[in-house]
Ligand binder design. Structure first.
Ligand code: S3P
Length: 172
């Protein structure tokens, strides 16, 4: 496990970017955030991409980014976007080429954390975000489980405790 690339997967606002940065720091590996990678390669924000090109175009960019984010043998830590698992091709790549850590959250936790990081999530900018969280999470749960090599229930954990669980598992 130590010598493979690590991807964090999980629903929006589960802490993938924060945990990913800290984990990368501990492991002394480069950190990449897939959404930021897409934003810098297109020069557009995620909400702009959804707004002007639509979700299907975003998923295509996300698919391309997942394959091009890897340069050479770099053992990066990657924070993915919550919807990366919706594409069968992505699930295939994640299962074959990455160690995937699933940061599992309850819908209520997502609701509470949603505005904390200041990130705009187009899929939750709807009249009833609580319902959107529940239905998207229900639809995706099996896919997160499908790709996950290790799962952490993050609802009541601070970032250092999540990172500790992951490192302990990697060292096992
Ligand atoms: C999405 C999650 C977002 C971002 C986009 C779509 C999703 O990333 O990729 O808004 O479909 O769950 P985060 O999980 O980092 O919020």
């Amino acid at each position: 496990m130590q010598h493979r690339r690590i991807a964090l997967v999980g629903f929006m606002a589960s802490g993938k970017s924060t945990v990913g940065k800290s984990l990368a720091n501990h492991l002394q590996r480069p950190f990449v955030d897939l959404d930021q990678y897409i934003e810098s390669s297109t020069g557009k924000t995620i909400p702009d991409i959804f707004g002007s090109l639509g979700e299907a175009a975003f998923r295509q960019l996300e698919r391309d980014a997942l394959t091009s984010v890897v340069r050479g043998d770099e053992l990066i830590v990657l924070a993915t976007g919550g919807g990366v698992v919706t594409q069968a091709a992505n699930r295939d790549v994640l299962q074959r080429e990455w160690v995937c850590i699933y940061l599992r959250t309850r819908p209520e936790t997502v609701r509470q954390r949603l505005h904390r990081d200041g990130v705009v999530r187009p899929l939750l900018a709807v009249d009833n975000p609580t319902e959107a969280i529940r239905s998207l999470m229900a639809a995706r749960e099996a896919w997160y489980n499908e790709v996950a090599d290790f799962t952490v229930d993050v609802d009541s954990l601070e970032v250092p405790a999540v990172v500790r669980q992951i490192i302990d598992w990697l060292n096992d």
